[in-house]
Ligand binder design. Structure first.
Ligand code: SF4
Length: 371
């Protein structure tokens, strides 16, 4: 696996021979985009912070709360050296004041290893990198960059309106770069290895399969290849892209690309593919996802706080065989309204599974109300 290549402190030596601009250009040539879901070009983000000409903070998002995603955990467990080397390189290229690693609460068991590795690698460099750990408290919304910053500053992890973007005004009003674990790990690898392939992605496969796990494959990989790896017990009919990317139908010949997923009105996010087989009715899956959203909505804005509950109530009614066709219409209207009027990324996808479920699997809904 490319993500497991160990740079063994060799990439850090490049800091002595390459200028910042050369490194940013290399990141652009290699088309490094954020691997936390949004896919924003990494060098562009770094340039935006550098343009502010103020002290910069770096935040590494190790919160990884998207259901079905476990790629950053895998990197922290299996290539910690290269990750920390990446943190050090990003800190130096951005000339940051301080760096924070925001670690998911459930990954607390990794904290000692990470702290020891920081100490060990700091002892091998002439510069002492100021890297601090912050433990997340388990809120899904803290995967969103403005919420993370609020949490680090000691506030409730609520999302903030953008602009200003964190690269303009982030931690304590200073420009702040937020990147996730995989993105940061790619930095030393792409700078050191000419054959680094920007097209490879980590696919987290789970759901109705007997061989769930993490697989590295190029974008454009066929669904049939991933199915062979995941080994489902029954015929698959759909995949949920995490919880927030929507539910899309699958065909064995499909090639997984961001464009194909977007053509189905879904979003690739972190390539968390939760397989759903034919024994499932999509309404039950939607209800399960809505339970998650209702619990995780931070409650700051009305459409998301109230709308997520309303969606769950309607799905519950339909699942219990007490729904009507009018409830399905109401469900669609509410989901669309919540998505359009909520403040942050979480609220904007509260209805995504319902809308894509209705678009692609309307018969599953009709079946439930005609029982
Ligand atoms: S959209 Fe939801 S999660 Fe986001 S700020 Fe509003 S209530 Fe909180």
């Amino acid at each position: 696996m490319q993500i497991l290549r160990k740079t063994k402190m060799e990439a850090l030596k490049l800091l002595g021979s390459m200028k910042r601009e050369e490194m940013l250009e290399r990141m652009e040539e290699k088309s490094l985009v954020g691997r936390g879901g949004a896919g924003f070009p990494t060098a562009k983000k770094w340039r935006m912070a550098l343009e502010q000409e103020e002290n910069i903070y770096l935040v590494v998002n190790a919160d990884e709360g998207e259901p079905g995603t476990f790629k950053d955990k895998f990197i922290l467990e299996n290539n910690l050296d290269t990750f920390i080397e990446g943190v050090m390189m990003a800190s130096k290229i951005l000339d940051v004041e301080k760096t924070y690693i925001y670690l998911r609460g459930e990954y607390e068991y990794l904290r000692d290893d990470i702290e020891e590795k920081i100490k060990e690698l700091n002892n091998k460099t002439p510069r002492n990198f100021d890297i601090n750990m912050v433990r997340g408290a388990g809120a899904y919304v803290c995967g969103e960059e403005t919420s993370i910053l609020q949490s680090i500053m000691g506030h409730r992890g609520n999302s903030m309106k953008k602009p200003p973007y964190p690269t303009q005004k982030g931690l304590w009003g200073k420009p702040t770069v937020v990147n996730n674990v995989e993105t940061i790990t790619c930095v030393p690898q792409l700078l050191l290895y000419d054959d680094w392939n920007p097209n490879l992605r980590l696919f987290s496969l789970s759901g109705n399969v007997s061989n769930p796990g993490l697989f590295e494959a190029p974008l454009g990989v066929k669904v049939s290849t991933l199915i062979d790896l995941a080994r489902p017990k029954n015929k698959l009919k759909a995949m949920s892209l995490g919880n927030f990317g929507g539910i899309m139908p699958i065909e064995k010949d499909m090639k997984i690309t961001p464009e194909l997923i977007s053509d189905e009105n879904c979003f690739h996010g972190t390539y968390s593919l939760i397989w759903i087989d034919e024994t499932n009715n999509i309404v039950d899956i939607c209800k399960n996802i809505s339970e998650f959203y209702t619990y995780e909505s931070c409650g700051k804005c009305t459409p998301c706080r109230e709308g997520s509950k309303e969606i769950l109530d309607l799905l519950g009614k339909i699942c219990n065989g007490k729904g009507t066709k009018k409830d399905i219409e109401e469900l669609e209207k509410t989901a669309s309204h919540v998505n359009q009027t909520s403040l942050c990324g979480l609220g904007k996808t509260v209805g995504k599974h319902v809308l894509t479920g209705l678009e692609h699997f309307k018969n599953d809904f009709i079946e439930k109300v005609e029982q």
